[in-house]
Ligand binder design. Sequence first.
Ligand code: NAD
Length: 427
Amino acid sequence: MRKNEITNRVGENDNETLNLLTSTQIVIHDALTKLGLNRDAFELLKEPLRVLQVRIPVRMDDGSVKVFSGFRAQHNDSVGPTIGGIRFHPKVNEDEVKALAMWMSMKCGIADLPFGGGKGGIICNPRTLSFGELERLSRGYVRAISQIVGPTKDIPAPDMYTNSQIMAWMFDEYSRLRKFDSPGFITGKPLVLGGSEGREEAGALGAAICIKEAAKIKGIPLKGARVIVQGFGNAGSYIAKFMLQSGAIIVGISDVYGALYDPDGLNIEYLLSRRDSFGTVTTLFEGTITNEELLEQECDILVPAAVSNQISAKNAQNIKARIVVEAANGPTTIEGTRILSERGILLVPDVLAGSGGVTVSYFEWVQNTQGYYWDEKEVKEKLRKKMVKAFHQIYELSKISNVNLRTAAYMVGVRKMVEASEYRGWI
Ligand code: NAD
């Protein structure tokens, strides 16, 4: 696709309803142009190299058979095997999985991992499935994609609505198929099956490290900084905890039903103790505000950690934070990014802030491969080093190239893949 074809699509859609794949292609195109790379690189990187669609028959508890649809996308394996999560969601679709695989490639490039990006998904509502049905679906998916995955081909991991139990079933199914134990096939496993210390909170810790570095740049002491976190699930609650440990005041949090805001600070420990397993807590309180209102409240640091498309042309002018760190995937649209950047708000993009999860997945794979396991302190210190290095590399590049941090992050993200593809003679 040529640049003008892409921008025409942007114009048609007024930037705001672009699907994730199109907006990812636009940023990749901008990054490649800034790097002075030719059209072949864009042709190669604009879509995954492989996308497998599968149908998975599952025997349900009532004896009937239900056939689920699933996908596995492998964006680019020029640098090394692909890696990336599997999500179980009723709305997951092929374009989304493709875009997510491309984001994983960016994260791998940014964290300087010897991998490319992959992603998988199954269209299902895990909340309506029994434990047994979930297990049979997870095992069926592994059988369906087994030809294209493996520890030196493509390494899955947890994502939305998948967890260490599901990784354990998938690991077991793969090991049965291959007839030997193969822990390096999948990451995010329980510790006893070769999981890594620190994997569960790795994504949030990576985002928290970015918040610290961004605050230093903006001259905001974390002690006493006012922080709003949108979303109080796995990512949001860990980030709130890490910020609290740094002396920040959490003035706002939210879940899908609404938001709590108190300029004097919320009692996070109490809210954590009342939160349910879906990250819901606001329903217990009166005087809540909406998620839209929360994003526009006074604060120093805003952390969207829930869903995509939260900051757009509609509200970017009203954001009061001086720093926005995207812990969620895709919370700011292209137009929202432009407005925040023009207003001098430091926006740390998802592909950088969210690269902690895949980095510790890589650590897990390394530990599985060498059969030697690190303690939590070692994992966290290795993660901190990688995140700090990536943050400053991208920040400096954004200054030198006069682009926002998202474009700079994509420039770093694509570089190794393009070089490896050139050496291989693909472009
Ligand atoms: P989760 O399901 O544990 O929690 C999601 C939270 O967002 C819940 O509190 C839920 O009520 C809330 N929410 C759902 N829909 C919402 C809406 N429309 N408006 C406002 N709030 C809404 O999910 P999670 O694992 O915390 O992941 C959240 C996001 O963060 C996803 O984009 C995920 O990919 C990303 N993620 C980031 C990290 C990281 O730290 N960088 C780690 C894991 C996941």
